[in-house]
Design a protein. Structure first.
Length: 193
């Protein structure tokens, strides 16, 4: 199902993907894609693909400037419309991700998870998920993990269809894109539970 959906989505959205790629190249330069190693199913690492939304601006010591400074107006637009997520269709096609599942988080968080939080890796990560339609980046880490684990325990085809449908409406209404006053979600530092 994921492979059929990702193939048809890539075909239908290829003009959009091409236009966004050209605009990123013109506005942000190369590379057009942001790639990063993320843990997926059973914590196996894979390369996540997203459209780039930030510049590579650095301070005098060569360190990247804060996300808030590097995130451009165009990058904010890509994130608010979820267009930056389109390259993840290739991850779905490769079998590394699903359309629905817990979002793939940073590799550095793996040692910080509790036993219960690790359960999020019992299923493939998704482009969207239960946590995304219940607050996206506008909820705290504790709630995000609780929602991810609830999904793992209740996974079903009907639930996936419901999540996909609600995701469509969340994206149209641009809800829960970021926490108040932040360009990106605050770092996870570990929680009890």
């Amino acid at each position: 199902m994921d492979i059929l959906l990702s193939l048809s989505s890539l075909f239908l959205l290829s003009p959009v993907i091409l236009i966004v790629s050209i605009l990123i190249k013109l506005k942000l330069g190369s590379p057009v894609l942001f790639t990063q190693q993320r843990p997926g199913y059973k914590e196996k690492l894979f390369t996540l693909y997203k459209f780039r939304t930030m510049t590579n601006q650095r301070d005098t010591e060569g360190k990247l400037l804060p996300d808030e400074t590097r995130l451009t107006k165009f990058g904010r637009f890509l994130r608010s419309t979820s267009l930056d997520e389109l390259p993840e269709l290739f991850n779905v096609l490769k079998g590394e991700m699903s359309f629905v599942g817990p979002r793939p988080l940073l590799q550095e968080y793996l040692p910080l998870y509790s036993k219960e939080q690790r359960r999020r890796h019992e299923v493939k990560p998704g482009i969207t998920g239960w946590a995304q339609i219940n607050g996206r980046n506008n909820i705290n880490w504790k709630n995000k993990f609780e929602l991810d684990i609830w999904y793992v325990k209740h996974i079903s085809f009907i639930l996936d269809i419901k999540i996909l449908w609600l995701t469509f409406w969340k994206v149209i209404r641009r809800e829960g894109i970021a926490q108040e006053g932040r360009a990106t979600m605050e770092k996870f530092t570990g929680t009890e539970g």
